[in-house]
Design a protein around this ligand. Structure first.
Ligand SMILES: [Fe+2]
Length: 278
């Protein structure tokens, strides 16, 4: 417990702090780079457009439907009515390609001004559910307003199905990622509706087409807004950090060249923990 707190303190205050005096080299020359980076810094999020083709989306949804019947791969959580898939990178090679996308990695590493790593991945199929019912049955979940407690982290979230106003959507309050929320302060990561009502900025309900993606700082106050009226929502999320909270990744062995990208390796600085297998 004390060691864990000390580790968080060192990671948050020293190891993941933006480096001064040295910028990360860029790999891409996308004209959207500067406006997106500025939005990420100021608002805590930026839109990165459509990352999957219609053909890939069809293949992915078909694969997820077939995997959803396999209990070794699909973990159905009855209390919150969604499926979480094991080994998400094996669902489709496009996900490994996206994890190594030069433009996205440039945004992430310039934002943190640090070398970064793919810390974790998550693929979900979410069914309709009333948030009040979840609260009644399970108590506090990611459907309530919160900040993630993994230190400096960006998530790249891709909708794999169209998300309209009747559907369950990712929701967040812009500019709430500043100041950085250190894990060593025993701060509260949960926020009530009353807390959120006191914040000047209005929540943004992210609606979008299948294949569209956004980058978010997970220190933004956010929630997964579940709705009773929702159609099935599939999503894929990549978590990037400057080296802390790295989880074991099951890589797609059919992509040896892409897998050499250092984003998938352990952190270079040996003060970070090796990747953890759960
Ligand atoms: Fe979260």
């Amino acid at each position: 417990m004390i060691l864990g707190k000390l580790r968080n303190f060192i990671e948050d205050k020293i190891l993941t702090n933006p480096c001064f005096g040295k910028n990360q080299p860029l790999r891409s020359d996308n004209p959207s780079f500067l406006p997106s980076l500025n939005s990420l810094k100021k608002n805590g999020y930026c839109n990165v457009g459509k990352l999957l083709s219609e053909v890939e989306l069809l293949q992915i949804r078909k694969k997820m439907t077939s995997l959803s019947k396999n209990k070794k791969i699909a973990n159905f959580n009855k209390s919150v009515n969604y499926i979480q898939f094991n080994k998400p990178l094996l669902i489709h090679p496009a996900f490994t390609r996206i994890a190594t996308n030069p433009y996205i990695l440039d945004l992430i590493e310039t934002y943190f001004n640090r070398e970064c790593y793919l810390a974790d991945v998550d693929a979900r199929r979410i069914y309709a559910y009333d948030v009040n019912e979840i609260q009644k049955n399970v108590g506090y979940t990611s459907s309530n307003w919160h900040k993630d407690s993994r230190g400096r982290q960006l998530k790249l979230m891709i909708y794999l199905t169209d998300v309209n106003s009747n559907d369950s959507n990712f929701s967040f309050i812009p500019e709430t990622h500043i100041p950085f929320f250190s894990r060593s302060k025993n701060n509260v990561y949960r926020f009530s509706d009353a807390d959120v009502n006191q914040i000047e900025n209005e929540p943004i309900e992210w609606l979008g087409k299948a294949g569209e993606a956004c980058l978010f700082d997970t220190n933004l106050i956010h929630r997964l807004r579940r709705k009773k009226t929702a159609s099935i929502r599939d999503s894929f999320t990549f978590y990037f950090t400057p080296g802390q909270e790295l989880r074991h990744l099951d890589l797609d062995l059919g992509l040896p060249e892409l897998n050499k990208n250092k984003i998938f390796s352990g952190a270079e600085n040996s003060l970070f923990r090796p990747r953890i297998k759960y």
